[in-house]
Design a protein around this ligand. Structure first.
Ligand SMILES: *[C@@H]1O[C@H](CO)[C@@H](O)[C@H](O)[C@H]1NC(C)=O
Ligand SMILES: *[C@@H]1O[C@H](CO)[C@@H](O)[C@H](O)[C@H]1NC(C)=O
Ligand SMILES: *[C@@H]1O[C@H](CO)[C@@H](O)[C@H](O)[C@H]1NC(C)=O
Ligand SMILES: *[C@@H]1O[C@H](CO)[C@@H](O)[C@H](O)[C@H]1NC(C)=O
Length: 257
């Protein structure tokens, strides 16, 4: 009897070790894959001048149009991710939270460089996951650093007469195009390109990333085995079904590796 129990225990240990071998795959985070051009939402946030944001781009980058991207598309839950340094042409289309929706009679566009991470939140506009869009029906949100010395104060159209003196709709439906960073306003300003040297390997801000591994950042959180910041889904796990107990054993190891 004791021998049988011992054999079963060793069998269980063997299974556990085999599963551990597959850990890197089990722990890899699934990020949002998005097409080069498409639709997104745009919000705006205040980024103090000369601030060093998540990617670690130079402080001078704040003198030009920049934006944060929602975490699961940015590709990392901390520091830099594959979106860092990428440039997009963003065009305002319409507001949709206002009543009625607002379709401006002017076309406003801005070419931004991604320098910051907009954390995954349970109810914000950066809450999209690979399986769930945000409240605007999009997988991408660009959080524009605005006001900015490089973007006119009247960048966001309004119609105060129609909307009772209301000027800032906060959230816009936009179209985005991936563009070469040579069309970014900061391109000809050497100080605005690259990353903060002092940060060493914790910064990654390529001048003009194309998705090619030689010029595009990896995911800092994947690279360092950081748990993905997925508190939205973790919070909803209350009971672990018996059939998933072996996965529960793996979870703590993800945090340590
Ligand atoms: C950005 O988009 C607008 C609107 O489609 C277009 O007029 C403009 O030429 C584009 N800019 C770049 C640099 O692609
Ligand atoms: C955003 O604009 C696109 C293109 O006009 C449209 O198909 C989509 O319904 C709009 N989404 C919202 C939330 O307004
Ligand atoms: C565009 O709309 C604004 C208000 O939304 C209005 O004041 C302006 O006259 C309009 N311009 C044109 C060219 O229709
Ligand atoms: C990646 O970029 C490097 C340097 O620009 C280039 O030599 C290489 O051919 C590129 N590889 C691919 C797959 O595009």
């Amino acid at each position: 009897m004791e021998q049988v129990r011992g054999a079963l225990l060793w069998q269980a240990v063997a299974v556990y070790l085999v599963l551990l071998a597959y850990l890197p795959a089990a722990c890899a985070t699934e990020w949002i894959q998005y097409p080069a051009d498409g639709f997104a939402t745009m919000t705006h946030y205040e980024l103090p001048p000369n601030f060093i944001a998540a990617c670690g781009c130079t402080t001078s980058s704040t003198n030009f149009p920049t934006a944060a991207m929602n975490q699961m598309a940015y590709g990392s839950s901390a520091s830099y991710g594959p979106a860092c340094g990428r440039c997009f042409n963003l065009t305002l289309l319409n507001t949709f939270n206002s009543n009625p929706p607002f379709y401006p009679n002017v076309t406003k566009s801005v070419v931004i460089k991604v320098t910051d991470l907009c954390p995954l939140s349970e109810d914000g506009w950066c809450d999209a996951t690979p399986t769930k869009t945000n409240a605007g029906g999009h997988y991408l949100n660009f959080d524009l650093a605005w006001p900015s010395t490089s973007i006119p104060d009247d960048f966001f159209p309004s119609d105060a007469a129609l909307y009772g003196g209301f000027f800032d709709f906060g959230v816009w439906n936009i179209s985005y195009q991936s563009v070469s960073c040579d069309s970014w306003e900061g391109w000809n300003n050497a100080a605005a390109l690259g990353s903060v040297a002092d940060l060493g390997y914790t910064a990654c801000c390529p001048d003009n990333p194309t998705g090619n591994a030689s010029n595009t950042c990896t995911s800092y959180s994947d690279q360092n085995g950081l748990p993905p910041d997925t508190h939205t889904s973790f919070a909803s796990i209350v009971v672990i079904p018996q059939s998933l107990w072996i996965l529960a054993l793996l979870l703590p190891v993800c945090y340590l590796s």
